[in-house]
Design a protein around this ligand. Structure first.
Ligand code: CTP
Ligand code: CA
Length: 225
């Protein structure tokens, strides 16, 4: 169905989007992090708002302006992101996990700055697993019919890895990016295949992150009752 300005297809819907990348602190001045800019998540937020949704954007360590008409919630670590996403997901029609969540965090946090010791090699950094937020949201859908979407960047066997990941996470849609030469973090453009739990495969050609965002919402709308 074509959407029009008069009948935006996400009107009356609440969507939750995570964006950016978590930072896992080692001490007050250092962290383990990743290169996610948050641009794809912000494009999802802008396009959902334009399509009439109430949008909660859980933003982790981004340097982007707040999109107009969007409720922005800040989260630093994976544990904080989980709290914010689960809270917002309670009454959400769709949850899209575009954030890059650190798989591990330092097992210990030093309350004072870690100093190097004269003539001694550094201690290895012990890590522990972070919670899998996407799997948790998908397993405990806060309302029946809630549509859950994940993102994955893969370097090898993109489709096979994507299929396996979709199943493992239990989500409805998985947007799989092939990470390579021109498809790098921070870029304005993206190319992807959207895998559906129903077996569908939707290729999205190389183009602006807004275009990929619109395609994701098309697929979400088709799955909302
Ligand atoms: N994700 C999450 N919580 C985590 C890790 C990932 O919610 N602790 C979400 C991401 O936001 C993304 C999806 O899961 O939407 C896939 O992330 P990815 O890193 O590709 O999946 P992993 O299961 O961590 O697999 P890998 O070992 O390949 O990193
Ligand atoms: Ca991961």
């Amino acid at each position: 169905l074509a959407r029009t300005a008069a009948a935006p297809d996400l009107a009356g819907r609440h969507v939750v989007i995570s964006a950016g990348g978590t930072r896992e602190p080692l001490d007050p001045v250092r962290f383990l992090g990743n290169r996610s800019s948050g641009k794809q998540g912000y494009a999802l937020a802008r396009t959902a708002a334009a399509r009439g949704a109430r949008v909660t954007l859980v933003s982790a360590n981004t340097a982007l302006p707040d999109p107009a008409g969007v409720d922005v919630v800040r989260a630093g670590t994976a544990v904080e992101l989980r709290e914010a996403v689960l809270r917002a997901a309670a009454d959400a029609d769709a949850v899209v996990m575009a954030a890059a969540v650190a798989d591990f965090r330092p097992a210990e946090y030093a309350t004072g700055k870690i100093k190097k010791q004269e003539g001694r090699d550094p201690e290895p950094i012990a890590l522990v697993r972070n919670p899998d937020i996407l799997a948790e949201v998908a397993a405990g859908r806060a309302r029946p019919g809630q549509v859950v979407v994940g993102f994955a960047a893969e370097t090898d066997d993109v489709l096979a890895n994507g299929r396996a990941k979709l199943k493992r996470k239990g989500c409805d849609l998985l947007v799989v990016n092939e990470v390579g030469e021109r498809k790098t973090f921070g870029s304005e453009e993206n190319e992807a295949v959207v895998l559906g739990a129903d077996g569908t495969e939707t290729p999205v050609p190389y183009g602006p992150k807004e275009a990929l965002a619109e395609k994701v919402w098309d697929l979400v709308v088709a799955r909302l009752e």
